[in-house]
Design a binder for this molecule. Sequence first.
Ligand SMILES: Nc1nc2c(c(=O)[nH]1)N[C@H]1C(S)=C(S)[C@@H](COP(=O)(O)O)O[C@H]1N2
Ligand SMILES: [Mo]
Length: 303
Amino acid sequence: MRILRRRGWELPERMATPEVFVLGRRTALAGAGSIALAGGAHADAQRNAKYAPGRAITDEKYATTYNNYYEFDEGKDLWRAAQALKQRPWSISLEGMVKQPRTLDIDDLMKQVQLEERVYRHRCVEAWAMTVPWTGFPLSQLLSIAEPLGSAKYVVFETAQDPKMPGLSSPFYPWPYIEGLAIDEAANDLAFISTGMYGKALPPQDGGPIRLTVPWKYGFKSGKASVKISFTDKRPVNFWQALQPSEYGFWANVNPDVAHPRWSQARERLLGSNEMVPTQIYNGYGEFVASLYTDRKSEKLFM
Ligand SMILES: Nc1nc2c(c(=O)[nH]1)N[C@H]1C(S)=C(S)[C@@H](COP(=O)(O)O)O[C@H]1N2
Ligand SMILES: [Mo]
């Protein structure tokens, strides 16, 4: 990836980069070699200060040990089992309505993008929440690489199906896990592809090596371990909608005033402190995304 490096005589990065970027935690790589480089790149990513979370970052130990990942388990304690998912080699196929379908190796992809850190709030439809420093790149950069046709209306993310995932043997679920966004949602600057968190490579339990991160929608929209990204003019039926259409839909934007059929969405529990705080419409990101929905008011936008 293109890491901003400077020689001694050049301007400090904080003077040369746009104001929205501030320096990451660490400005020098720990060592040489590709593994150090991959980890170091995440530690070096500059934080994009445009999306200040307004609440404390969740302790890493909670974000990495309390997970939803039905391919591994229906409960939350699956982080150990998820370590079995090999993170390399990893490739992602770009399919459907694109100029040229092809398969990208993740490390080649990462050389073509500019990593940054974004601290986002995450709101699960089950009413727990966390605040995470993700590293990765805007989904719009991946759209530029994929070159979808003008006729493509949706982008669909499909999760790996690996023999190390015990949940896949459950016949009750409509595997593979797929999620989708409308193209204009995907092009919005908030839509993000995460390859790291807390300054390190993304751990398998949180969707490593590469996942979608869509902070204004319920967490289930952020599909993990992506292996296929396809473009289509037909609205996809996502995993949770296929499973339970009376409870989950396509848009799934966060809204405290639209209750889940079985519980209120008015408040959320912060992982770690267990403090209950009010939920915000579009998870507090309305200033960036509400305009996506002005012409879609007739749709079920909030579940
Ligand atoms: N493939 C896949 N992606 C998934 C899920 C899943 O079960 N399988 N769960 C979703 C849900 S409901 C949430 S809240 C988030 C949880 O992400 P986290 O484990 O990193 O907190 O992942 C989402 N992505
Ligand atoms: Mo969730």
